[in-house]
Write a protein of this length. Structure first.
Length: 81
């Protein structure tokens, strides 16, 4: 059996990837979306133009929406039943 394909490692890698993608999305929110909610600041990466907003949109989908909609494994309260 391949050790990387075991359910334990799959859950670990999936959780790690979700945390890394969420941290990256939070960084973009802090640097580029939060300044849009203020009157005195400008987004720091505004020079990227449309590419910046494509990155933010993809990260929002991959780092937030998909992890929230992935079904969780059912763990019964009483395994005998």
């Amino acid at each position: 059996m391949n050790i990387l394909a075991s359910p334990r490692w799959t859950r670990l890698f999936s959780s790690h990837l979700n945390v890394v993608l969420l941290a990256l999305f939070a960084t973009y929110v802090y640097r580029d979306i939060w300044p849009l909610a203020t009157f005195t600041e400008d987004p720091l990466d505004i020079i990227e133009g449309g590419l910046l907003w494509a990155k933010v949109a993809i990260l929002a989908i991959v780092g937030v929406i998909i992890p929230l909609t992935v079904p969780r494994e059912y763990a019964p309260v009483d395994p005998k039943v």
